[in-house]
Design a protein. Sequence first.
Length: 303
Amino acid sequence: MTASPLLVVGSIAFDSVDTPQASRENVIGGSGVFCSYAASYFTQVQLVGVVGDDWPAEFRQVLASRPIDLAGLKVEQGKRTFRWHGRYMPNMNDRETLDVQLNVFGEFQPVVPETFRDARFVFLANSLPEVQCKVLSQVRDPRFVMADTMDLWIVEHRLNLLKVLKQIHGLVLNDEEARLLTGDAHVVRAGRAILEMGPRMVVVKKGEHGTLFFTQDQTFAMPAYPTAALVDPTGAGDSFAGGVMGFLASRGNVDDHLLREAIAYGTIVASFNVEDFSLDRMRRIERPDIESRLSQFREMLRI
Ligand code: AMP
């Protein structure tokens, strides 16, 4: 199998983040950004998203400095980029959203450039299910599509989300979202119930407790890499998904064995991402750093 590029569609944002120790204002963020950056350690990324004309040239450069094709990045003149402001509780796991300004993201009509339409690996990062459907209708013959979602869409856009679930191969969501989607408080049963809704694999993220992963044939658990240097959890889920999908696209194939390896890579990339604000930690690493932490992780998991 040959390596494939990964098509990523998601939010591109100015993030403001408060943790109990420190704060950052208007830093580069968004689900599409964290995912693309993480995937770019493994394969060529094709990003589709929208920003306003307030999006600075240096943020564009941060993405362009990696193998991330920005032909699908639309700039809306005279409009503002999506903004998100979150605050973490002292446990650094729970957070509250203080402000969301959808701006150009609220009316996002994704257009997948012709050169991206043959993508075989697709990640639909967190965005309206309707937007995710529009993307899928433009991709000709995808082999493996994974999507992310969130509580707001599960509650307020449920029917469209159920339509998305029928068209994708993998879903990644956190434990609370899995409970909300299925109405089952037991996370293992909830994960298995989602398999009945369409996707053939489901990854349930449990924050610092790692991930559970379900297919028809297996249930698999992987702990998080226990980094002591937690600074900002924002984008952990997106960088995890970027690592998983980037690795699978780089192999051009998906099977149960590759999925386990992909989840390990996603876990490691996410563990770097949370060690600083925004993309700051990921900007200081290269693929060998990922490989060396993965070897340490394998050693930790040996029973
Ligand atoms: P995570 O920590 O993995 O949940 O991802 C946080 C990122 O999601 C931040 O960079 C936000 O800009 C972005 N984000 C927050 N709310 C939304 C939303 N409603 N739609 C898309 N992206 C969002």
